[in-house]
Ligand binder design. Structure first.
Ligand SMILES: Nc1ncnc2c1ncn2[C@@H]1O[C@H](COP(=O)(O)OP(=O)(O)OP(=O)(O)O)[C@@H](O)[C@H]1O
Length: 464
C-alpha cells in the first residue's frame, strides 16, 4: 500500500492552482507514484523505468475494490469502466492522450491486460465473494465490449482513443418478443446484439491475408523529414506499412534498403514514397489510378489486389491465430465502410480462432501414456492443453504487441512510436472472459486528428 505522498486526487488539493497541481504530481513522481487522479480522470507520467505494479495480484486487488479505495492507478480507472460496463450495461469511453513517448501505448497495454485477466481466478481459490460475483453476472447473458484506440505517430503530439461499448444479449429474448407485441427495451437490446453479431459474422467472412513482414523493422525518423517532403508525399500512395487501406503483401525488397536514404525521395512513378518500395503493388495501383483520374476517366478506387489467401492455413507461429483480414465486401459497401472507418480495411480477428479453440477444447483429452514425458515435452503438452479461455487471454494480450512489431517507427521522442491508430473491439462473454478481439487500423491524419491537440498530459476520461 502506497504511503500518503502528496494528494491522491487533485480535486482535493487546497488552494488548487496550476502550481499546486504540478507540484503535487511532481512530489508523487519523485517517489515513483506516477498516477494521480483528477476525479475519475487519471494523470499518468512516464517513469522511464520498470515499475513493478503491473502484476496479476494488482489486477485482482484493483478489480475487487472501488476506484478511490486504493492508490491512484490505471487499473482503478479500468475497473471503474469494466464494472460500469457490467452493472449498468452502458457504453464507456476512455481517452488516452499525450505527446509522443508519453506512455499511451504502455497504458493501453495495461488496460487490455486488466480487461483480459480480471476474471482470471485460476491461481487463487474461489472465494464466496467471487462465486457471488460470477453468478450475479451470469444473469446478463452476453456482454460485448468494443475498445477503440486512436493513436498517431506524430512527434508533436498524439492521442489514443478508447470507446468501450457494452451490449447485453438476452437468451430468452425470442420468447419475450413473441409475448409482447410492441418492442420493449429487452427486444431493442436484443436487436442491437443481433446486429453486432451479424456484423461480426460479416467480418468473419472476410478473406484472410497473411501478415507481411517485409517491412518488419523501420528506423526512419519522421521528425527528420524536411517539411517540403512531408507535404509532397501523397497521403495514400504508400506501401503496406504506410497505408491505411491495406493491400497485398509486397514481397519485393525495398529499394531504400539497398544503401539509399531511408526515406526515398519520391519519384514520378517510383513506388511507395515513404519506404521507396519500387515494386510496392499498392503504390503501383495508386499510380495507375492517379493517371486514370488525370485522364478524366471514371476509374474509381479499383479492387485492391489480394495477397495469398489461404483460409485453410489459419495457424502460424506463437500468435498463430492472429490473422490479417482483407475485406471482400462489395465495392459500394467497402466505400461506405471506408468513409465510416476513415479508410481502413486492415482487420485482424480472433473470432475464428476462438471458435476453433472451443472445438479443440471440447475434444476428449488424449489417453494417458505409460511413458512419462520429458520436461520439455510436458511443458509443450501443458501449453497445448491450456483451456481455450486461457489461450484466448494470451492472444488478446499479445495482439497489440504483435502489431507493434511490424507497424511501429523509431522517432526522436520514442523508439517504438505507434505509426497509426488502432480500433480494438474486445468481446467479453457473460462471465467476463475475453472471446475475441477485432482490430482495425486508422491513419493518424484522419478526421480525428484534432484529438491530438487535446492535451499534453495523459488524462484518461470515462464518459458514461
Ligand atoms: N508505465 C510505464 N512504465 C514503464 N515504462 C514506460 C511506461 N510508460 C511509458 N514507458 C516507457 O516509455 C516508452 C514510450 O512509451 P509509449 O510507446 O507508450 O509512448 P506513446 O505515448 O505510445 O508514444 P507514441 O505516441 O509515439 O506511440 C516505452 O517504450 C517505455 O519504455
Amino acid at each position: 500500500m502506497e504511503q500518503e505522498i502528496g494528494t491522491w486526487d487533485s480535486v482535493l488539493l487546497e488552494n488548487l492552482s496550476e502550481d499546486s497541481f504540478i507540484n503535487n504530481i511532481h512530489q508523487r513522481y519523485k517517489r515513483d507514484h506516477i498516477y494521480t487522479y483528477i476525479g475519475t480522470s487519471v494523470v499518468a507520467l512516464n517513469p522511464y523505468h520498470h515499475i513493478s505494479e503491473h502484476s496479476l495480484d494488482n489486477v485482482r486487488n484493483y478489480g475487487d475494490k472501488g476506484i478511490f479505495q486504493l492508490p491512484p492507478h490505471i487499473y482503478g480507472l479500468t475497473n471503474l469502466a469494466y464494472q460500469s460496463l457490467k452493472d449498468q450495461s452502458e457504453d464507456q469511453c476512455v481517452l488516452l492522450t499525450g505527446e509522443s513517448g508519453a506512455g499511451k501505448t504502455e497504458t493501453f497495454k495495461m488496460i487490455v491486460n486488466f480487461l483480459t485477466h480480471i476474471q482470471d481466478r485460476s491461481h487463487c481459490p474461489p472465494t464466496p465473494n467471487v462465486l457471488r460475483k460470477q453468478s450475479s453476472t451470469s444473469s446478463a447473458s452476453g456482454l460485448v465490449m468494443h475498445a477503440h484506440r486512436r493513436a498517431s505517430s506524430s512527434c508533436s503530439g498524439t492521442a489514443n482513443f478508447i470507446i468501450c461499448k457494452n451490449r447485453a444479449e438476452n437468451p430468452s429474448g425470442s420468447v419475450s418478443r413473441r409475448q409482447s407485441p410492441s418492442p420493449g427495451p429487452s427486444q431493442r437490446s436484443r436487436t442491437r446484439a443481433e446486429s453486432i453479431e451479424r456484423q461480426s459474422r460479416r467480418h468473419m467472412r472476410e478473406k484472410i491475408v497473411d501478415f507481411d513482414f517485409s517491412h518488419h523493422k523501420s528506423s526512419e525518423n519522421i521528425s527528420g523529414l524536411p517539411e517540403s517532403h512531408a507535404h509532397h508525399m501523397h497521403p495514400t500512395k504508400s506501401c503496406f506499412k504506410h497505408q491505411q487501406t491495406q493491400v497485398s503483401a509486397c514481397t519485393a525488397m525495398p529499394a531504400a534498403a539497398k544503401g539509399s536514404p531511408k526515406y526515398a525521395v519520391p519519384t514520378v512513378y517510383g513506388g511507395c514514397r515513404q519506404c521507396g518500395h519500387s515494386k510496392c503493388v499498392r503504390a503501383q495501383s495508386l499510380e495507375k489510378e492517379e493517371r486514370d483520374d488525370l485522364r478524366g476517366s471514371n476509374c474509381r478506387l479499383s479492387t485492391i489486389a489480394t495477397a495469398t489467401t489461404n483460409p485453410a492455413h489459419p495457424h502460424r507461429g506463437s500468435c498463430s491465430n492472429l490473422m490479417r483480414q482483407h475485406s471482400t465486401e462489395s465495392q459500394p459497401e467497402r466505400e461506405r465502410d471506408r468513409s465510416s472507418l476513415m479508410g481502413s480495411t486492415q482487420r485482424i480477428s480472433l473470432y475464428d480462432a476462438h471458435k476453433l479453440s472451443k472445438v479443440l477444447g471440447d475434444l476428449p483429452p488424449p489417453p494417458p501414456s505409460s511413458v512419462s514425458p520429458t520436461p520439455s515435452a510436458s511443458s509443450s503438452l501443458h501449453r497445448r492443453h491450456k483451456s481455450p479461455t486461457q489461450r484466448m487471454r494470451e492472444c488478446v494480450t499479445c495482439a497489440d504487441v504483435f502489431l507493434e512489431a511490424m507497424g511501429n517507427a523509431c522517432t526522436l521522442k520514442n523508439n517504438n512510436s505507434s505509426r497509426y491508430g488502432k480500433l480494438f473491439d474486445i468481446e467479453i462473454d457473460f462471465k467476463g472472459d475475453p472471446m475475441g478481439v477485432h482490430i482495425t487500423h486508422y491513419p493518424y491524419n484522419g478526421p480525428y486528428h484534432w484529438r491530438a491537440k487535446f492535451s499534453h498530459l495523459l488524462p484518461i476520461t470515462i464518459r458514461s
